[in-house]
Design a protein around this ligand. Structure first.
Ligand code: BEZ
Ligand code: FE
Length: 308
């Protein structure tokens, strides 16, 4: 006789079908996916129409992805999943710089730049000049040499370079490598707040929920230094109206700065500026890789990947 399953027995049966999965982490993840997905259907008594809609939504989310757009990252970000994964994986010791969401606008192999150069290379959109100074040290304040530091940010209209089309040139992004002093300094223009791309399925979800798509103005920094924990973070501009309601939940109080205005005149790098400019001075502190965190939730490094 064939076995048949009803709404009370099917979940255990599906979980049982994963019992021979050789990779233990994949087995654990698949069992949890089944358990939680079935619980969602049970809890909401999902209708067939609703399930079809959900499948269509996910299909459109995939179809919206291209090499310049990642709608699934936006979905993860707007559901708070990106920041939950970040919180679980990036607990840092007291005093270390906190991380936040990566977002979809990072580009590998950004142009390499030297300290004090200008990274807003296209025509002047009228944004206020910004001089950004950063020092990268360990938790004791010793400068970190040879750190690769990627920076990227929106322009004064709230757009990233790659949003201007496939032929747009890269600007407002650069890669620096720190010297012995652990410093990275550059000129650019003050970024503006911007809506995450909302002309696709994720935007429709936000609109259906009466949620706005805005992110407060920020600079992105990504730091890779030999022997130190990787850091992906932002520095947010204080006073921004979206600091309290970031569409992707990425704001942390420790990452907000005033970006104070300085009068026209001689800037810290000795150059002369003919109008008032904004000034960011930030001290990034990175823990050593072997720093152990009391009570940390960090995953054991020996955990095997579900695809092994
Ligand atoms: C960003 O900061 O670039 C970003 C993060 C999450 C979603 C969209 C944009
Ligand atoms: Fe951003």
């Amino acid at each position: 006789m064939p076995r048949e399953f009803d709404q009370f027995t099917i979940t255990d049966e599906v979980i049982d079908r994963f019992k021979n999965t050789p990779n233990p982490r994949l087995k654990q993840l698949m069992e949890a996916v089944v358990r939680h997905a079935h619980a969602l259907v049970q809890e909401t008594q999902l209708t067939e129409t609703e399930w079809s809609f959900a499948i269509d939504f996910l299909t459109r989310t995939g179809q919206t992805c291209s090499d310049r757009r990642q709608e699934f990252i936006l979905l993860s970000d707007t559901l708070g999943i990106s920041m939950l994964v970040d919180a679980i994986n990036n607990a840092v010791p007291a005093g270390a710089t906190q991380s936040t969401v990566l977002g979809p606008f990072f580009v590998q192999d950004a142009p390499v730049a030297q300290n004090n150069s200008r990274i807003d290379l296209d025509d002047d959109h009228g944004g206020q000049p910004l001089y950004a100074e950063a020092t990268f040290t360990d938790l004791q304040g010793n400068p970190i040499e040879s750190a690769k530091v990627d920076v990227w940010h929106s322009d004064e209209q709230g757009n990233y370079d790659i949003q201007y089309g496939p032929d747009a040139s890269l600007t407002r992004r650069a890669r620096f490598v720190t010297g012995k002093d652990g410093r990275v300094t550059f000129w650019t223009s003050l970024p503006a707040a911007y809506p995450i791309p909302y002309d696709g399925p994720v935007g429709q979800m936000l609109a259906a929920a009466n949620r706005h798509p805005w992110r407060p103005a920020h600079l992105h920094y990504m730091v890779d230094a030999p022997g130190f924990k990787h850091l992906t973070t932002h520095i947010f501009v204080n006073g921004d109206q979206y600091l309290e309601s970031d569409a992707v939940f990425g704001v942390k109080k420790s990452l907000v700065d005033d970006f104070p205005e300085r009068p026209a005149g001689t800037a810290p790098d000795g150059s002369v500026v003919d109008r008032p400019y904004r000034h960011l001075v930030w001290h990034f502190k990175l823990p050593h890789l072997d720093h152990t965190l009391p009570g940390s939730f960090a995953a054991p490094t020996s955990r095997s990947s579900p695809t092994d």
